[in-house]
Design a protein around this ligand. Structure first.
Ligand SMILES: [Mn+2]
Length: 176
């Protein structure tokens, strides 16, 4: 069983297309779309691309898919006892939301964040996602982020709001 986890696409079609090209070359059995799909410059195109996928797609709703946020925030600074509570005895939990890829362990449990396909807060450009094969593989797919930013500007989308994996640095905040 191979599962691709695509989180926080944020309407970034070029980033999504780059990841889908990788998936077509090495098809998964299923795709999990972990929320925050459309809030960004190309929401309709991103939704159409995901709905056309030939693999089973499992959808989760993210905080940006509705007004307000009631999501628990888990960062690399989460203390082990809090992580253990979140894991609730599960061996592996895959998260998203913070737009940062990471891999944390708490006892026998493990919490990995798939990162963000379309709006990563990472040091390097690209689309961040993960595969479960069933081993966890943290993935980064490079694409032409300058061309993507030009596309978003042409669409009238404020470039400041769309990072296109352009290496925006943002320190994780302490857990709330
Ligand atoms: Mn998001």
């Amino acid at each position: 069983m191979s599962v691709a986890v695509l989180n926080d696409i944020h309407g970034n079609l070029p980033a999504l297309e780059a990841v889908l090209a990788e998936l077509r070359a090495d098809p998964p059995d299923a795709v999990v779309v972990g929320g925050d799909v459309a809030a960004g410059p190309q929401p309709v195109e991103v939704l159409e691309a995901l709905r056309a996928l030939p693999w089973p797609v499992h959808w989760l709703r993210g905080n940006a898919d509705r007004a307000g946020s009631d999501e628990e925030r888990v960062t690399v600074f989460a203390p082990p006892e809090r992580l253990a509570r979140i894991l609730g005895g599960e061996r592996l939990v895959v998260g998203g939301h913070t737009h940062r890829q990471f891999d944390l362990r708490a006892g026998a449990g493990r919490f990995v964040n798939a990162g963000s396909v379309g709006r990563p807060y990472e040091h390097g450009p690209g689309a961040y996602w993960l595969r479960l094969d069933p081993e966890v593989r943290l993935m980064r797919t490079e694409y032409d982020t300058a061309a993507a930013t030009a596309t978003f500007r042409a669409l009238g989308y404020p470039a400041r709001r769309q990072h296109a994996g352009a290496g925006r640095r943002r320190r994780d905040r302490a857990p709330l």
